[in-house]
Structure formats: C-alpha cells, structure tokens
Design a protein around this ligand. Structure first.
Ligand SMILES: [Zn+2]
Ligand SMILES: [Zn+2]
Length: 143
C-alpha cells in the first residue's frame, strides 16, 4: 500500500515525524533528488539548490542526503567516479556493471539477482535488500 502524495512529500513527512526540521532549503534538496530520474551527486544537488539559496552550505546538502539514505528514500552507491551517487529507492530497481579499464557503466536488471536473493533466504534465512549494486570488473573490450 503506497502512502499518499509525491515521493518528496512523503519523505518530508517522514523526516518531520523523525523530528527533523524541514527548512525550505531541505525541501528543495528532497525534491531535486527524489524527482530526478538519473543518479545525482551531492555536488550536483548543491549547485542546483545554490541557485535558489545562495547561502546554503555543502554540508547541509550532504547531511540531508545522509538522512534520506538512513530513512530509506535514496540509495547511496559508489559508481567509481569518486563521488557518491544518489538515486530514489523507488527508481533503483537496477544495478550497474562498471569497467575498471575504460569506465563504461552498463545497467543490469533486478531479476539477475532473484536467485541470489532466494539462496540467501534459503541458506541464511536472511531477507536481503538488493538494490542498486555497483559491480566492478572488466568489459569485453578491456579484458
Ligand atoms: Zn543506477
Ligand atoms: Zn572497459
């Protein structure tokens, strides 16, 4: 059952329920990351929010992303570029293969991990959250 409202509204409510103060800057950060279809870095978000709120600090953006990650709204993945990439959990039903030779990033479907998930459940009685993996290796051209 999905709660009502956009994902950004739901995230705002849930952070509020957790006792966090929701400043207009924070709401703008929420909207920017949760409504994005692509991965974004804290640096991208900082540049975006700074246009509206020139006095915002980078640490405010970074802390807000940590809250969203801990509250389960965004995934935080290292795709090899030296920066965390954030992605709304609802849109993170894919994984990435990242070539350490040429940096090419390929997308992998969630169902590739179905058998792994089943095995972790069977053998370890563990309900694994397999969202948005980054798997490093070498592509066919670089091998
Ligand atoms: Zn992704
Ligand atoms: Zn390669």
């Amino acid at each position: 059952m999905m709660a009502e409202g956009t994902i950004a509204e739901r995230a705002a409510r849930s952070l509020h329920d957790l006792g966090y103060r929701l400043t207009p800057q924070r709401i703008l950060i929420l909207e920017a990351v949760l409504e994005s279809d692509d991965h974004v870095t804290a640096e991208d978000l900082f540049e975006q929010v700074k246009r509206r709120y020139p006095h915002i600090s980078f640490s405010t953006v970074y802390r807000t992303m940590e809250l969203l990650r801990d509250a389960g709204f965004v995934t935080q993945t290292d795709l090899g570029g030296g920066h965390w990439q954030y992605h709304p959990v609802e849109k993170a039903t894919h994984h990435h293969l990242i070539c350490q030779g040429c940096g090419t990033v390929a997308e992998v479907d969630q169902n590739v991990f179905d058998s792994l998930q089943a095995e972790l459940s069977d053998r370890y009685n563990f309900d694994a959250t397999l969202t948005h993996f980054a798997i490093f290796g070498r592509c066919s051209a670089c091998r």
